[in-house]
Design a protein around this ligand. Sequence first.
Ligand code: G3I
Length: 448
Amino acid sequence: MRRALVLGMAGLLATAGATALAGTADAATSLASAASAKGRYFGTAVAAGHLGESAYASTLDAEFNAVTPENEMKWDATEPSRNSFSFGSADQIVSHAQGKGMKVRGHTLVWHSQLPSWVGGLNATDLRSAMNNHITQVMQHYKGKIYAWDVVNEAYQDGSSGARRSSPFQDKLGNGFIEEAFRTARSVDPNAKLCYNDYNTDGVNAKSNAVYNMVKDFKSRGVPIDCVGFQSHFNSASPVPSDYQANLQRFADLGVDVHITELDIEGSGSAQATNYGNVVKACLAVSRCTGITVWGVTDKYSWRSGGTPLLFDSNYAKKPAYDAVLSALGGSSSGGGGNGDGGGGTGATCTATYSKAETWSDRFNGNVTVKAGSSPISSWTVKVTVTSPQKISTTWNGSPSWDSSGNVMTMKPNGNGNLAAGASTTFGFTIMTNGNTSAPVIGACTAS
Ligand code: G3I
């Protein structure tokens, strides 16, 4: 049994001279604070209709410092009939965000989808005036409150042509509609960053090349554009591209910021966690990648909830993907999940600190020190996620269980659950590298 519990090795570890690699006492403990420490924002799409749900709002407020209204600022919501504007739901989100000091990304002014049918019925002259009026009215309403606007969304086709997508704007106003939209937007709110946003442009391909050429042209002619949004909707058919970072960097090199705007990655367990961690690392490696937005708080309300693509499950528990993101941002979990303190409200908290110990050619040892917070605890739980093909072969000083992939280990005490306030204990494990020497992702320590 490769996962045999080996007791009695704690003493060996205590003398191993291990160096803490992550999870110091001062490490940030939320996505927002960890991202801030790296000079980035960490946002989420928000639906106004869920703000009244306490777990939704408390997770949002605890973890994120930027929001994007998921549907509430789109044309069908804000101007359902010509020149008649309704901002109620979007206002709810903006005022919630302002109350919490969160940035707001405006999404989106000109898009072929969620477009009321009256727009499609206009002739070219009226459409031009309706587009500019829409941009003007919506941006004026939110002037001074929006960090960045997705001025134009998804104007290019998928596939190898690099051609524009058919839409009322493209078909009646021609290629110049994007430039016109950006010029109008700049004239309304010169302090908002103006972004072009699209999907399937995350790697280098015909579609991203077309967007790249447009941005390059805009920059060379002084058309106002400040940022490019990469939606980053990933799944097994559309995985995180291997040239993701290189693609972000080539856009940044044109002199625009890059935003990851709608990140979600279908999957679960360590595979999903690894993908999320890689996306965060790519952003951090590009100095002009100024922030990441995930497309929803919880799997419960994702536009593709069947694919469980987000960081919190449908009960608002943090997933391994959450731990991977926090760890990639240099943060460290402590305390409980997004909907509580993890200690049943008793004040029981703990932190988990990872240290690498002995290393051999085919494996290495790691240990995790669990430290009680300011109250005594009687039990603790820590998740350890390794990256396939890594396997945990041995553990000590704890009682482990694994998920179905075998890559996520949940460690609970083995006679070492009772800790006085501020006291600590250490459990350990051996990771067979199978060629991959990356550090495990250590999840939140939850205590009771
Ligand atoms: O609110 C109505 C509800 O009253 C009605 O009963 C129900 C029946 O269909 O529809 C509800 O509205 C839905 C809305 O989401 C709110 O849930 C719309 O039908 C549905 O079309 C809409 O889907 C949104 C989709 O954009 C529309 O294209 C998703 O929530 C939203 O996540 C998604 O977001 C887009 C980005 O804006 C652009 N990039 C791609 C991304 C994912 O598709």
